[in-house]
Ligand binder design. Sequence first.
Ligand code: KG4
Ligand code: ZN
Length: 345
Amino acid sequence: MLILAFESSCDETACAVVKDGTQVLSNAIYSQIQTHQKTQGVVPEVAAREHVAKLQPVFESALAEAGVSMEEIDAIACSTYPGLVNCILTSNTMASCLALIYNKPLIPVNHKMGHVLSCRLDADFDFEFPVVCLSVSGGHNELYLLHSFDNIELLGQSLDDAAGEAYDKVAKMLGLKYPGGPEISRIAESGAPYKYKLPNPLAKQAFNFSFSGLKTNVKYLIEKLRSQDGLSLEELTPDLAASFQQTINYNLSSKLVNAAKEFSATQVHLVGGVSANNDLRAQITSQLPANMSFKHPKKLSYCTDNAAMIAAAAYFVCKSDYIQAGKAVTPGNSSLIELVPKVCN
Ligand code: KG4
Ligand code: ZN
């Protein structure tokens, strides 16, 4: 089954063609990072206008790279929720028009479920359930227990900011470029990870997360180091970046590993933009029992927002009897079928 998928929920304009939910034939991505570096973050109106300009060329290059025509496509998928509404609407309009013109089924996909399925892209392994999956990106931060592909339980989530948002904001405080995650990770290599003690948020609340307090702690620490200790931003940045990275990654990895142990997971997955972080991967590996295997998306471009993961999730929606039976979505049930395009509600 060939699925053409679109993704434009934040600052990546993306279109992909994926075979059987796993084999990536093309994964075209136009990143708006350079635009948003000027404002150190995404301005929704600016992002939406850039999606409008780039959707057509990105769509054309996805088809060309895959070497397929629209006639050969079996279904069209589009990420519909969550995300920036005016950004989502751009690719939703494009996908709806294509579905109408070429008479193809249109599959709305929950963006978060795309991330959860991203480890399947070009994978040389099968999912072995139960899987415990930590999804960490700029906009969302959740811990899931996958009993099967269509039975996915939400164990916990961030009560405020996502981990990627904390990386981005701390980077901004340190005068680093957007997006902050890769910058912090690069500078942390020359810093001392245990130099500054920062709080381990919600350590006692098993599977929920909270990072806004940690951000505030970093802010006050920077102020203190500059005013009381007379350090310049350049002087304090490597140790502070390393200490922040080690603290937030310890928080994320220990909650993931605790969940894996509690639910006797066979596999442990790490997905989303922050899953590109090498220190986080290393912290998980070092804490994980030997009988559990650790997986993350095969390529960096499958960690951050992309359309191939939307196709991966859409594949199971196509296969599921939910679509055929027209079953209603159960509110609060976080499954692959949680796909109501809430922007249209
Ligand atoms: O999944 P994603 O592309 O977008 C959302 O759905 O939000 O994630 C983007 C986030 C940004 O906050 C970025 O700083 C973070 O992922 N990120 C990283 C790294 N690479 C990207 N965070 C830490 N370390 C990295 N190497
Ligand atoms: Zn995302």
